[in-house]
Design a protein around this ligand. Sequence first.
Ligand code: SF4
Ligand code: SF4
Length: 367
Amino acid sequence: MFYKDFKDIKLSRLGMGNMRLPRVNNEPKGPIDYPAAKAMIDTAMKAGINYYDTAYVYHEKTSENFLGEALKDYPRDSYYLATKFYIRSNPDYKAVFEEQLSKLQSDYIDFYLVHCIMDDSYDEYVNSGCIEYFDQLKKEGKIKYLGFSSHASPAVLKKFASLYKWDFVQIQLNYFDWLYGTAKEEYEILKELDIPVMVMEPIRGGRLSQLSNEAETILKSAKPEWSISSWALRWVMSLDQVSVVLSGMTKPVHMEDNLKTVETFTKLTEEENATLMHACETHKKYLSIPCTGCRYCCDDCPVQINIPEVIGVYNKFKVEGLGALRELKTIDSVGSPLDCIGCGMCTHHCPQSIDVPGVMAKLQELL
Ligand code: SF4
Ligand code: SF4
């Protein structure tokens, strides 16, 4: 495992995200499959991964319980725990922090984050008093490093980053968002402020592990021995300001592939980088809606539509035509796009600001 200095400690380049753990029977809202997920934690610990990221809201608020159980077999100083406070889930930050300590079976949190700053949640966080409270916990040693994660615009990210002397910031960073989103601007703001960057969604929720045939051919011809995901991890690890790259691994095969990438990592050469950008431009032609599959939109949908899966089918339809819509019937979803009432709750929670009601309306026309 490669490690990188972070202040006075060393962090593994690859961190384990705990938002997409295996679920019982692979059901989208099923409980965590503890034996399968625990085996993945054991593999990660054996491989030297020392950074474990979770959040209050992951896996319908059960990810922290799982992680507390899974890591209790290991000495507390052999790993670093990262978790987050999300104001829209429960604004009582004092109670949330205590609950998190209990769920994680720990007296302290190594990396604590104000979770998912967005343009419309900036004021909620700033006015709540939570930053001052977490700063106090840091002075008491209950939080070792304080940071935040952001899905805000670059301007709001900069404003929030300048509010406090943050130890780190977590942003969505991958080559696709660098070319077509605001990731480059966000990264450069943090570099300018010299704040270490933790990376979420380096493979865009798995979307960059499978590209269009044309884009995959470009990458496979250049490096037949690299997986498609490996290109994404290598690209992000090549950025100097990046500390830990988080990957939310669901299957052992994901972990094997990621570990292989980290163990054989060298910075991308200029030529490799140009090849990747060319593949990305090619792939973009086939992409319609840039959903990462994070599922933040799902819980509050009043008709319980499996939104990311529906968007996946919509994207397929844009490439393959009407026949792809047959797959809507195979999705495990309570509601169908026809049930959408256009309430907009989904977009309110969506870090990518996707116009989900608009997609549902288009599907309603097509169906
Ligand atoms: S707009 Fe439609 S998909 Fe979105 S939350 Fe409301 S009902 Fe669900
Ligand atoms: S629509 Fe938005 S919130 Fe929902 S899964 Fe996709 S990216 Fe996440």
